[in-house]
Design a protein around this ligand. Structure first.
Ligand code: 13P
Length: 251
């Protein structure tokens, strides 16, 4: 399959600047060449410095963890797509479950953010995923399908072809409980089918769908060997250079 395999590290709200630069430096030194893509989603204040560390390593890219949906204006404390672009950011995580839960970002707002990111020429990494209650009720595929329908299925073929999707079941995030390779595969195959129906088989086959939720060195090989798992969006294990390097090498 020709679609891109990606290891994306979501640092969340961790590490001061010095620690972040040290982590990026260690990752670059340990992964000098790769056919795959490594994306570092650092806190806003680290972006420029980490960008300088990875600037000569073409398979390392910079991501923000969020952005505002407006182009500019009186939105105290917020960061626009244009600002991110101006410092070399290429990807933006949109719709992480922590943003949905703690900052009340709903599907309609996320659709606006997706539009803003694409309009600015950056690439969204769109996160979706269900809670444990929904998983136990057995309605997880419908729930995640609806997240896609309400936030990204309005896009044109050309725009949709640019995005990366990350399936992150909430019950697996930061809990140490990982979805089994079969659970990840089942959901991600279902999402790919949905994309094929909405767009085309070609677009579905070209869309990278990452798995996120307690990805670690011990389980990354089994997860990444699934046909519809095109890499990982990694939280905790991306904060340790050695662990994240093992995950990158498992792609
Ligand atoms: P953990 O890998 O710490 O479970 O976090 C996953 C995640 O939320 C990545 O965005």
């Amino acid at each position: 399959m020709s679609r891109l395999q990606i290891a994306a590290g979501n640092w969340k709200m961790n590490k001061n600047l010095e620690e972040g630069v040290a982590l990026a430096t260690a990752l670059v030194e340990a992964n000098p060449s790769s056919d795959q893509l490594v994306i570092l989603a650092t806190p806003f204040i680290h972006l420029q410095a980490v960008g300088a560390v990875i600037k000569d390593v073409p398979h390392f890219k910079l991501a923000a963890q969020n952005c505002h949906q407006a182009e500019k204006g009186a939105y105290t404390g917020e960061i626009s797509v244009e600002m991110l672009k101006s410092i070399g950011v290429e990807y933006v995580i949109i719709g992480h479950s922590e943003r949905r839960e703690y900052f009340k970002e709903d599907n309609a707002l996320l659709a606006q953010k997706i539009d803003a990111v694409l309009a600015g020429g950056l690439i969204p990494i769109f996160c979706c995923g269900e809670s444990l209650t929904i998983r136990e009720a057995g309605t997880h595929v419908d729930f995640v399908a609806n997240q896609l329908k309400e936030s990204i299925f309005h896009l044109s073929d050309a725009d949709f072809s640019k995005l990366v999707i990350a399936y992150e079941p909430i019950w697996a995030i930061g809990t140490g409980v990982t979805a089994s390779p079969a659970q990840a595969q089942d959901m991600q195959a279902a999402l790919r089918q949905l994309i094929a129906k909405q767009y085309s088989q070609e677009i579905a086959d070209g869309t990278s769908i990452l798995y996120g939720g307690s990805v670690k060195p011990a389980n990354c090989n089994d997860l990444f060997s699934q046909a519809d798992v095109d890499g990982g969006l990694v939280g905790g294990a991306s904060l340790k250079a050695e662990d994240f390097t093992t995950i990158i090498k498992a792609l």
